[in-house]
Design a protein around this ligand. Structure first.
Ligand code: TXA
Ligand code: MG
Length: 315
């Protein structure tokens, strides 16, 4: 069954009806595609974990359309409020203390006191949430541990035989290409749990305050602070080597910068362009069954998020 449909009023209404019936849908955001469910429907939220093969200890992000909606489910302190006013809608997720009386089902938070909230700037998801009148639970639309999808076709490939997901809205290739940056507050310090679409430098400059790196991954696995910090994640199913300038004969080299031929994450050495092509090119050569080598990527700006994903992919 063909699941992918172009986005228009009719298919958005169809998506809303499916969410109301407790089904899951695939949809674009500016970062990667999400796998959405009505965040107040326990059965639907449990279907996300089941279809992704995601451990139930790994909480989901809830997507909302307005700050008021966000404030009805999470407790904002002044510092975080100021940040989201600057960066929402956008590729930023904040981890907050969950409001006890909200209708969000607890399974979404994997039994934790905290909840991860984001307002995307993608028109489709914003209109879905508004029409549904409820927040939408949505992790990235990939099977657990696999590459995050940046196109509708990549979502369909991963969930072709999953009956719980009858519809994938096609918004073309996502623009940012890596997931949102996840931050939280610990002892009144801003902590970055996952590097992503908004760089640490830009955040620090705007808030004029140092942002601390997450605890090391081992500690986080123990304390389960942010399971997205799991060491191995986002892997292609073919062998991958990173920081390579001289590939082996049987490897395809994905370059970066003008010294490398095609395929190239960005001929002009633009890191934003490289991020938007990262999962896209990895998926393309994974699909061909090629062994992959990737050129060195500068570890600055969004290059930090790129290197983070690559380092996890090879663990
Ligand atoms: O760009 C994105 O963020 C995409 C699009 C679809 O919005 N979503 C996404 O969701 O990447 P997911 O579930 O694949 O990643 C959620 C991240 C994980 O790293 C998870 O561990 C962390 O957020 N997270 C969620 N709830 C948390 C919580 N209560 N405390 C700490 N970390 C949490
Ligand atoms: Mg994910």
């Amino acid at each position: 069954m063909k699941k992918i449909k172009k986005i228009n009023n009719k298919t958005i209404n169809e998506a809303v009806e499916l969410l109301q019936k407790g089904k899951l849908i695939g949809f674009p955001t500016e970062t990667v595609y999400g796998l959405g469910a009505d965040a107040t429907n326990k059965e639907a939220v449990l279907k996300i974990y089941k279809n992704k093969n995601r451990p139930k200890s790994n909480p989901l992000i809830v997507h909302v359309a307005t700050l008021d909606q966000a404030r009805s489910i999470g407790i904002f302190d002044e510092k975080i409020l100021k940040i989201v006013k600057d960066f929402w809608p956008g590729p930023l997720t904040v981890v907050l203390k969950r409001k006890d009386n909200s209708k969000i089902c607890k399974e979404l938070c994997a039994g934790k006191e905290n909840i991860a909230i984001r307002i995307s700037n993608n028109k489709t998801i914003l209109s879905l949430i508004k029409k549904l009148g409820k927040p939408v639970a949505a992790p990235s639309a990939n099977k657990f541990g696999m590459l995050s999808p940046t196109s509708a076709a990549h979502v369909e490939k991963q969930f072709l035989y999953n009956d719980d997901i009858p519809l994938i809205l096609d918004g073309g290739k996502t623009s940012i290409g890596v997931e949102s940056t996840v931050i939280g507050l610990v002892n009144n310090n801003i902590i970055i749990y996952r590097h992503g679409g908004i760089t640490k430098e830009i955040l620090e400059k705007k808030i004029n305050e140092k942002i601390y790196e997450k605890l090391n991954a081992k500690a986080s696995e123990k304390s389960n602070l942010s399971p997205g910090m799991l060491k191995k994640h986002y892997s292609p199913t073919v062998p991958l080597r990173i920081n390579i300038t001289n590939p082996k004969k049987d490897e395809v080299l994905i370059g970066f910068g003008e010294n490398f031929k095609e395929p190239n994450l960005s001929k002009s050495g633009n890191l934003e362009e490289a991020a938007s092509n990262l999962f896209y090119l990895l998926e393309k050569y994974e699909a061909k069954g090629s062994k992959i080598a990737i050129a060195p990527i500068p570890n600055i700006g969004i290059g930090v998020a790129i290197n983070d994903r690559l380092n996890r992919a090879i663990k």
